[in-house]
Design a protein around this ligand. Structure first.
Ligand code: CMP
Length: 145
């Protein structure tokens, strides 16, 4: 089933965007939207609102606001699970042991600085895509590739 998902390259992997996009295409996904931005604290808290009560929330916000991120809409068959599989385990340290070829193993750092994010469900994908690529009208070129 053709799906759309949200991928976000985090500040620790921003110089690896070339490698990451190559892996995306090799997995038969395509990049249909992309945006580089630096999140404010409030934007990051909004994006990660489901984690607001977690012990790692402040560390997570500190990290994702520490530099630019690149958000992308990926499209393809089973895009949500295909992208999550490419990412590998959440903790890059675990990923290096259990999924050495995964993106978080190769380009992430540790449990918080893990290189990239992927929506965990179709519902999350819809919310997260709307966060980075709001479907509002406006002037200038549209971002519907
Ligand atoms: P992500 O897939 O973007 O979703 C939530 C993020 O919180 C996760 O990647 C990590 O960056 C961070 N995170 C998740 N679990 C932990 C944890 N146990 N300790 C520290 N950071 C975490």
């Amino acid at each position: 089933k053709k799906e759309r998902t949200l991928a976000m390259i985090k500040p620790d992997a921003i110089t690896k965007v070339g490698d990451i996009i190559q892996l995306i295409y090799e997995a038969n996904l395509i990049v249909t939207k992309a945006k580089m931005t630096k999140l404010t604290w409030k934007q990051a808290a909004d994006f990660y609102t489901e984690h607001q009560s977690k012990s790692f929330f402040n560390n997570l916000l500190q990290f994702v606001t520490s530099g630019p991120v690149i958000a992308m809409e990926l499209m393809g068959d089973e895009a949500v699970s295909v992208w999550r599989k490419l990412l590998g385990p959440t903790d890059s340290g675990v990923a290096r042991k259990e999924a050495a070829t995964s993106l978080r193993a190769q380009f992430g750092t540790d449990g918080t600085r893990n290189g990239a994010h992927g929506s965990d469900s179709l519902a999350s994908a819809a919310r997260e895509l709307e966060f980075f690529f709001p479907s509002t009208t406006g002037h200038g070129p549209s971002n519907t590739a």
